[in-house]
Design a protein around this ligand. Structure first.
Ligand SMILES: [Zn+2]
Length: 443
């Protein structure tokens, strides 16, 4: 048996941990959705737009009230153009393995949609996709909404810091303050609100297991050290006459203020020894400033807050070399391959081959689906398992290490590294040795 096949068999036996998802719960899925409306929420739609589909065309293709075949005809030439990208290959795998559709085209889109809608109505689909098919023991969800106290799906959560670093209105700050019994009039008040919210949500018994910063979508990841005075001056911007009252639009938080808040949050995280996930590299959508999200811009935070564990997302695509350097030299920097295997399957494999030469193997997490719809997760985890098997097989074949070491690393990447980094043991049951981990308590 070739090293690749042995490794893939081993990896397929693992119940894996998923470091990053945006999935709504099954109950939150809209009832009137269909396969194009849901599958074009993101990613594949970015590549269709890149291939030439207009914004209006995409909006129409997403409209489940309109005729499916007409909508398919709108996207078909762009789908064909982009069919070889990781985003569309992930969906092709999901269509085949979840719905039994060999190839997505005008002849099959109707069948695919019927099967999609039937599964949607039937319920239990999350269980089928995430557990039966994808063998995901547990996923860390980045909520766009507050985490439910009792969540039926296999999720734990991350605490989004963005509203504390770039609040958009004095009333938004007042509402947050009310949650923790603080009235917000000064920078000091706002920092107290931030500290109380973090301490309320990130305690040892919480299902919230880390913090996350998504600010690379809106600003540079370079956070300067800014004095209290400067930040307080910036803070008063929220209370200028022109910005006050509920009829005023949202404002952009001034830079000195948001720099200062980032450092304050890192200070609290440092005191508490928290894990902090950072968006780095490529942005979803169809236009942004890639140089703002170079992970090397975070170096001053890595140096100052040595008790925070920084989990850097998305293979920092395309900055995989910078990420390698950072994870190699900083004990508190970790590589997270979430989203990576569908951005570029090839670069994910190549980067992993390089990282395994440069970075200790206990610092890399192999998989996070990063999807807003459940079907995409299946195709993504399949690509991730294949990519890791291919990268490790290459290392075995070039003599870097033997097959036993490769299998050990595979288990670390998919299971043990995220389990340790995010302290997930308390959510997992011990499993049989060799057959991968540990089912979620709720599994
Ligand atoms: Zn994400």
């Amino acid at each position: 048996m070739r090293a690749f096949d042995t490794l893939l068999d081993h990896i397929h036996s693992l119940w894996i941990l998923d470091t990053h998802e945006h999935l709504p719960t099954e109950a939150q899925r809209p009832a009137d959705t269909d396969v194009l409306a849901e599958w074009l929420i993101h990613y594949a739609s970015d590549d269709l737009r890149s291939a030439g589909l207009s914004a209006e065309g995409l909006a129409e293709a997403r409209d489940s009230k309109k005729d499916l075949i007409q909508r398919w005809r709108l996207v078909a030439p762009h789908w064909h153009a982009a069919e070889s990208t990781g985003y569309l290959r992930a969906l092709a795998l999901s269509a085949r393995e979840l719905y039994g559709i060999e190839r997505i085209n005008e002849k099959t889109i109707g069948d695919l949609n019927e099967r999609f809608c039937a599964a949607r109505r039937q319920g239990g689909w999350y269980d089928f996709v995430l557990k039966t098919k994808s063998k995901i023991a547990l996923a860390i969800r980045s909520p766009y909404w507050a985490p439910e106290a009792d969540c039926p799906d296999p999720f734990v959560f991350t605490f989004l810091v963005d509203p504390f670093i770039i609040p958009t209105h004095h009333l938004a700050m007042a509402a947050k303050g009310q949650e923790v019994g603080v009235r917000v009039h000064t920078l000091e008040d706002w920092k107290e609100v931030t500290r109380r919210c973090i301490q309320r949500d990130l305690h040892p018994r919480s299902r919230i297991v880390c913090m996350k910063c998504g600010l690379a979508y809106q600003r540079s990841l370079r956070f300067d050290k800014v004095s209290e005075d400067q930040a307080q001056r910036d803070f008063t911007e929220f209370f200028r006459d022109g910005n006050m009252g509920d009829w005023r639009p949202a404002i952009k938080a001034p830079k000195a203020f948001s720099d200062h808040m980032q450092h304050f949050i890192c200070k609290v995280a440092d005191e508490m020894g928290l894990v902090y996930q950072f968006h780095t590299g490529i942005h979803a959508g169809n236009g942004n400033f890639i140089y703002d999200s170079n992970p090397a811009l975070l170096s001053n935070l890595f140096l100052e807050y040595t008790n925070v564990k920084f989990d850097l997302f998305h293979i920092s695509y395309p900055y995989v070399g910078e990420l390698s350097t950072l994870a190699k030299i900083f004990p508190n920097v970790f590589i997270d391959m979430c989203w990576g295997h569908i951005i570029s399957p090839e670069l994910s494999r190549r980067a992993l081959v390089e990282w395994l030469d440069a970075v200790p193997a206990n610092k890399i997490s192999a998989f996070g689906g990063d999807y807003c719809f459940v079907d995409g997760v299946y195709g993504h985890q399949l690509l991730a398992r294949q990519n890791v098997a291919a990268a490790l097989a290459q290392k075995v074949e070039d003599g870097s290490f033997d097959l036993a070491r490769a299998q050990e690393i595979a288990t670390w990447l998919f299971v043990d590294n995220p389990r340790r980094l995010f302290a997930l043991d308390r959510f997992l049951k011990p499993g049989k040795k060799g057959s991968g981990p540990r089912r979620s308590k709720r599994a």
